[in-house]
Design a protein around this ligand. Structure first.
Ligand code: CMP
Length: 145
């Protein structure tokens, strides 16, 4: 069934945003909503709160608040796993070995600067879409793509 997911083009890849959006559209996703935004460190800490105990958390927050990002609400059949498959392994080096055609293989640099983000479950997709777009409702979900 048609799902929604949240995609982020991170600071290390925003200069490639148009190329990445092309890949997204050619892969059959519909971009329901899109925003450019420069998050504060506080907003990044809230967005990534599930990682707050990780050793890389302060560095992740600094990175994600360093420059503007592009956030998009995507729709597609099985959008969550479909987008996660398209972006590849979290670690860009591993992505280059395992999924050389993935977005992180092409545009990511390392474990942290990995070009893009994708929601990992329906629960996080809902939370993350609401985080950036509030409760705005876009109906109906286009089903012809
Ligand atoms: P993302 O999928 O947005 O979810 C959490 C982010 O934390 C991840 O992408 C990376 O940007 C970052 N991250 C995950 N693991 C590490 C790591 N081991 N070292 C540094 N950053 C990481």
């Amino acid at each position: 069934y048609v799902q929604r997911t949240l995609a982020i083009i991170k600071p290390d890849a925003v200069q490639k945003a148009e190329e990445i959006e092309d890949i997204i559209l050619r892969s059959g996703f519909t971009i329901l909503q899109k925003r450019w935004i420069h998050l504060s460190p506080e907003q990044c800490s809230e967005f990534y709160s599930e990682h707050s105990s990780k050793i890389f958390f302060p560095s992740l927050v600094a990175f994600m608040s360093s420059d503007p990002i592009v956030v998009m609400e995507l729709a597609k059949e099985n959008a969550i796993s479909s987008w996660r498959n398209l972006i590849g392994n979290t670690n860009s080096h591993k992505a280059r070995n395992l999924e050389p055609e993935s977005i992180r293989a092409k545009y990511g640099r390392d474990e942290q600067r990995n070009a893009v983000h994708g929601s990992d479950s329906e629960m996080s997709a809902e939370r993350e879409i609401r985080f950036f777009f509030g409760r705005s409702i876009v109906e109906p979900i286009p089903t012809d793509q």
